[in-house]
Design a protein around this ligand. Structure first.
Ligand code: URA
Length: 151
């Protein structure tokens, strides 16, 4: 399968781990709604993945070593999917993929690259559920990513 858009989150939650599918909980439903507003849908022109392929014990934040262990899997997914743009969801995914220690605020609004693919950073949907006013910023980020894709 090829996908123009690749969204990358941190790691599966408990529900995602059980179902073997990323972003199936409430955060995933918000993500799906935002995709629909751009006339996008997973499985059609979008693929959703995580940096980590299983949930770390007790739901803790993934360690750099764990991210490194899973990186060849993600890189292979990128080779096979050949996305035109990658959207990093949240600080953990963004800082891991870009290998920087920086805030989301400082990484947003710029085109970065990962594996030669343009990469745009936005907020994690679970964060947006707790901080509804930032949804407007995430929407700006998705419009920015769409422009990066067609540039
Ligand atoms: N959070 C993530 O980062 N990924 C998921 O798949 C679910 C929640």
């Amino acid at each position: 399968m090829h996908a123009q858009w690749l969204f990358v989150g941190e790691a599966p939650g408990a529900e995602e781990d059980a179902r073997g599918e990323p972003f199936v909980g409430q955060a995933g439903r918000l993500l799906d709604n935002m995709l629909a507003a751009l006339d996008l849908a997973r499985g059609r022109n979008v693929y959703i993945a995580n940096v980590l392929k299983c949930r770390p014990p007790n739901n803790r934040t993934p360690t750099p070593l764990e991210a490194e262990a899973c990186r060849p899997y993600l890189d292979r997914q990128i080779t096979l999917l050949a996305p035109k743009v990658i959207v990093a969801l949240g600080k953990s995914a963004a800082t891991t993929l870009l290998n920087v220690d920086a805030s989301i605020a400082s990484l947003r609004g710029r085109v970065h690259h990962y594996c030669g693919v343009p990469l745009v950073v936005t907020y994690h949907p679970a964060y947006l559920l707790r901080n509804l006013p930032d949804k407007a910023k995430a929407w700006e980020d998705l419009l920015f990513a769409r422009r990066a894709l067609s540039a």
